[in-house]
Structure formats: C-alpha cells, structure tokens
Design a protein. Structure first.
Length: 202
C-alpha cells in the first residue's frame, strides 16, 4: 500500500487556491512551519502549473465553475486536492466529489489539521495512482492473452495444429525474430486480416 512519508514533506510543493484572507494566510503559515514550499493563488487560474503536488482549494459556489475548469485543465496526473469548505451540506459535499478531493478542512482554518489532511490526502492520492497503474497493467495483460489466443486459433485453423503445437510455433517464431510473443501474435493476426481482405477483393 502507498504511504506518504513525512520526510518527503519538504519536497512537496503546495498551491493554496484561496483568497488572501485569514483562512488563506493560516494555511500558508502552517505549511511554512511544516516545511512545504507553497504559494497563495487567487483568483483561480486557468490551470494549475505542473510544479504543484498538492492544492488546498477554497470551494466557493460563486467560483465553482472556474475551479472545476482549472482542475480539469491541469496536467495529468492532477495534484492532490484538499477542499477548504465553509459548509457541510449536500451541495458542498457534491462539489467536493466533483473536484475529486481526497480530504477537506473546514473554516475557520486552525493550525491543527493542516498536516493531518496533507498526509492523509497525499497517501490516498498515491494509492489511487498505484491502483490505476495496476488496473492498466492488468488490462494490457488481458488484451495480450486475447491476442495470443486469437493468433493460436489462426495457426490451428490454417495448419491443422493442436493448441499446444500452435503455441510452440508462436513462441519459436517470436524467439527467431527476437520480439515478444504478443508482438508475434499481433503480426499473425494482421497478416491473416490482410489475406482476408485480399481474398474478398478477388
């Protein structure tokens, strides 16, 4: 499981997208005590610069469309989002979900809680990234298995081979050409589809 390490705090760059009022300044001051590099930004820019790892974002209903657009345009993966909220009602909770916040801190902002939210939010964000990467690898593996299975079926039908022999031929061809068995399988499928097209044109 991903875990944000406290020793990495000084390497964490934090944007505070919030008016420069008492709450905004309190977050900045506490981040300074923690040791994070930070910047106070207001109004919300078109998109957050790629240098920011985390963003404390003031969620105001009269700025919600601009805030959503800012986060949507940000470089991927988006920074860890911590919402700074005035209210605890269904509309605010929906806005928190819309901006994909992994933590929230309420107003008036106090020094206690900034560090906790930062560590918890960053840990959850890192776990989400790892989970997405794991899912992508699994999907690629499944596609690879399907491609190899399809290529073996083509070889079995064309050369009257058993599945074991078809796999052996596929592996030997891949080794001879010094490519992966998946790439060899894809080449066989492409060749088969090309032959099918040519036969249909005759």
């Amino acid at each position: 499981m991903a875990r944000f390490r406290l020793k990495n705090l000084r390497d964490t760059v934090v944007a505070v997208v919030h008016p420069p009022d008492g709450d905004g300044k309190m977050i900045i001051e506490q981040l300074g005590r923690i040791g994070c590099r930070n910047a106070l930004i207001w109004p919300p820019p078109e998109k957050l610069p790629v240098k920011f790892d985390v963003a404390f974002v003031g969620l105001f209903f009269d700025h919600q469309e601009r805030i959503k657009a800012m986060l949507k345009r940000s470089e991927k993966p988006s920074p860890t989002i911590i919402g700074v909220v005035n209210y605890e009602n269904p509309a605010m909770l929906e806005l928190l979900l819309d901006v994909n916040a992994t933590a929230a801190t309420s107003k008036p902002v106090k020094s206690f809680g900034v560090l906790t939210n930062l560590v918890v939010a960053r840990t959850i964000w890192q776990q989400q990234i790892e989970d997405k990467e794991h899912i992508t690898r699994l999907e690629q593996r499944i596609r690879g298995h399907k491609t190899v299975a399809k290529a073996k079926l083509i070889l079995m039908e064309m050369h009257n081979l058993s599945e074991i022999d078809a796999h052996k031929v596929l592996r030997e061809q891949a080794m001879a050409k010094r490519i992966s068995i998946y790439d060899m399988a894809q080449a066989i499928i492409n060749a088969s589809e090309l032959l099918s097209v040519k036969r249909s044109d005759v």
